[in-house]
Design a binder for this molecule. Structure first.
Ligand code: GDP
Ligand code: ZN
Length: 458
């Protein structure tokens, strides 16, 4: 059982007028009382109440901070332990001083993710919910945030639990019939197992189908803007970047320095490919001879192929159409404000008319059509946009695949008349794999590994 009391600054460092220090554990109230001066002692106030007062250095009586303190006694708290949250108004230095006092008077500095870990260990949330908290912290778009939120509320857990329940019922059914080895009972049991395994595999497939979208939500739809010089690529990039504030993330330590630029189109994050060479011109095609750019093109989930509508297709462009067969392409006919000379019918035949968008980028015309085309690619497939249960975590995907493989073995075993208790083992394996997703039967080291991804104070 966890015994010590932990504390950390729970709000982002630096900015913001208010900072919150969270204290959790058996002694949270006791320790807070040592440094808090208010109308009442915190140990005497009702749970879930807020109190005004001061944090003072007990030995000298020096006032450090004016605060509001919230007392939440377990189990009705995020960690299910006694939790005290101290809201400070002052700047970073005084917040840090308050935290230091709390640590001096009995708490231990929380490790990254430790609050969430306690919530998990105390049964407040399951593992997939805890992992969703990591995603929440890292979410790069509104939509990714909402998906993570939904998962943190337990949407994936619910589906996994329902699946496991089906498997438990199946195992119980088999258990009952193992004792009646007459032939016709066995026949019936086999048919029953086949049905149930088919259902469960179909549900797993639905979850796995959502994985691709989940990955995109987390990492962005990898997008390359391609076209010959002067068609309007840089203009498009700038327009997209202005639509919503571009988020730039430096990822150091990779083999080469890659700067990822995120723009959001209707809440869908696009990760514009932007390798070092490309970056100077913000332009992919002008570097198209460069190996890096070629690689960028091959890695892209989505290619925005830009044309100048005022000119006929060039031989190079026609060659490009063939090269991109089978890829996700949106053809953009730009410069719609000029007299049109491009063979639009060729593009429509190659990519389908819904994948050809007419724009006048300098006039900000056609942007909505482009957004619609991108959204239709993103939401093609089996996932409905209203269902925000996406499987986005590599660990979950791996376990779902493993569970499905076990179910397939069970299914096939019924056809080859393998003894039924062997089938039972396959189903049990699937049940256990699914359990690992929500944190049933996972080892300590895995738990440590997962929670170490958190940032401080969560
Ligand atoms: P890139 O070389 O493909 O990156 O093309 P740029 O974005 O640098 O644009 C090339 C030229 O085309 C610039 O002079 C732009 O102002 C112009 N341009 C971009 N979009 C349009 C448009 O919609 N209509 C017209 N008439 N000119 C445009
Ligand atoms: Zn350019």
């Amino acid at each position: 059982m966890i015994e010590d009391t932990i504390a950390a600054i729970a709000t982002p460092m630096g900015e913001g007028g208010i900072a919150v220090i969270r204290v959790s554990g058996d002694d949270a109230v006791l320790i807070s009382d040592r440094v808090f001066r208010g109308k009442n002692k915190l140990s005497e106030v009702p749970t879930h109440t807020v109190h005004y007062g001061f944090i003072e250095e007990p030995s000298t009586g020096a006032r450090i901070e004016e605060v509001l303190v919230t007392v939440m006694r377990g189990p009705r708290s995020f960690t299910r332990e006694d939790v005290v949250e101290i809201s400070c108004h002052g700047g970073f230095v005084s917040v840090r001083k308050v935290l230091d006092l709390i640590l001096e008077y009995g708490a231990r500095l929380a490790e990254p993710g430790e609050f969430t870990k306690r919530a998990f260990l105390n049964g407040r949330i399951d593992l997939s919910q805890a992992e969703a908290v990591i995603d929440l912290i890292r979410a790069k778009s509104d939509r990714a945030f909402r998906v993570a939120m939904k998962q943190s509320e337990g949407s994936l857990s619910k589906k996994i639990k329902a699946l496991r329940q089906q498997l438990v019922e199946l195992m119980a059914h088999i258990e009952v019939n193992i004792d009646y080895p007459e032939h016709d009972v066995e026949e019936m049991t086999n048919a029953f197992i086949k049905n149930k395994c088919t259902d469960a595999m179909a549900e797993i497939d639905r979850l796995l189908a959502s994985a691709e979208q989940g990955k995109i939500l987390r990492e962005g739809l990898v997008t390359a803007i391609v076209g010959r010089p002067n068609v309007g690529k840089s203009s498009l990039l700038n327009t997209l970047a202005q639509e919503e504030r571009a988020i730039v993330t430096e990822i150091a330590g990779t083999t080469r320095d890659v700067v990822e630029e995120y723009v959001h189109v209707n809440g869908i994050p696009l990760k514009l490919l932007d390798t070092a060479g490309i970056r100077e011109t913000s332009d992919i095609v002008e570097q198209i001879g460069v190996e890096k750019s070629r690689q960028a093109l091959s890695e892209a989930d989505l290619i925005l192929l830009v044309f100048n509508g005022a000119e006929p297709l060039t031989p190079d462009e026609r060659a490009m159409l063939e090269q991109l067969e089978g890829r996700q392409v949106i053809a953009i006919i730009n410069k719609l404000d000029l007299p049109q000379r491009i063979e639009a019918d060729v593009l429509e035949r190659t990519f389908g008319s819904e994948r050809v968008v007419r724009m006048s980028i300098i006039n900000q015309q056609g942007i909505v059509d482009l957004e619609k085309a991108i959204a239709s690619i993103f939401f093609s497939g089996q996932v409905e946009s209203s269902d925000l249960t996406y499987v986005s975590n590599a660990r979950h995907i791996h376990l779902l695949k493993k569970a499905k493989a076990s179910l397939l073995e069970a299914f096939e075993a019924t056809e080859t008349y393998v003894p039924i208790d062997m089938v039972q083992i396959d189903i049990r394996n699937a049940w256990e794999d699914l359990g690992e997703i929500i944190g049933d039967s996972v080892g300590d080291s895995l738990i440590d590994q997962i929670f170490s991804q958190f940032c401080l104070g969560k």
